[in-house]
Design a protein around this ligand. Structure first.
Ligand code: SF4
Ligand code: SF4
Length: 142
């Protein structure tokens, strides 16, 4: 389990396809209000944060983008990868009205683990969507 109290820097990775028509506001609000996937983050900790998309299917750009961040932040500020946590947005991790959850999620988790970064899941969690998920409304059937 990732202890977010030991982190300084949060990277929110969002689905590139969904971001073509989403500003990402709900992710930002969830982080600011420490709700949904951010409820474990202490409010009094002034985390730095960075938002990026996966770069499009199959998400391989995540490795390059996060690798770039890891190198730069170490070089310029001495922040090690142990101080960074990656948070995968709910549009990647959950079925919702925008789209189904990311089919490359396991691959993305592996890429992030390969970089030695901790990863967590979910950002904004919409109540109505949670009810619909539980009711199986977003379940794809044959
Ligand atoms: S989780 Fe919601 S607000 Fe965040 S990028 Fe995805 S669709 Fe947009
Ligand atoms: S479906 Fe997955 S790999 Fe494809 S753009 Fe969305 S998050 Fe990225």
């Amino acid at each position: 389990m990732v202890d977010v109290r030991e982190k300084d820097y949060v990277v929110i990775v969002q689905c590139h396809i969904v971001k073509e028509r989403c500003s990402g506001y709900n992710c930002e609000r969830a982080f600011n209000e420490r709700i949904g996937g951010f409820s474990a983050y202490p409010k009094d900790n002034g985390y730095r944060s960075l938002y990026m998309t996966c770069g499009g299917c199959c998400g391989q750009a995540v490795q390059r983008k996060l690798g770039h961040l890891v190198r730069r932040i170490k070089k310029h500020e001495g922040i090690g990868k142990d101080r960074i946590v990656v948070q995968l947005a709910s549009c990647m991790t959950k079925d919702n009205y925008h789209s189904s959850r990311c089919p490359h999620l396991d691959y993305l988790r592996c890429l992030i683990a390969k970089l030695g970064l901790d990863v967590r899941e979910d950002t904004f969690i919409d109540e109505k969507s949670e009810k619909r998920r539980k009711a199986g409304i977003y379940t794809v059937s044959d």
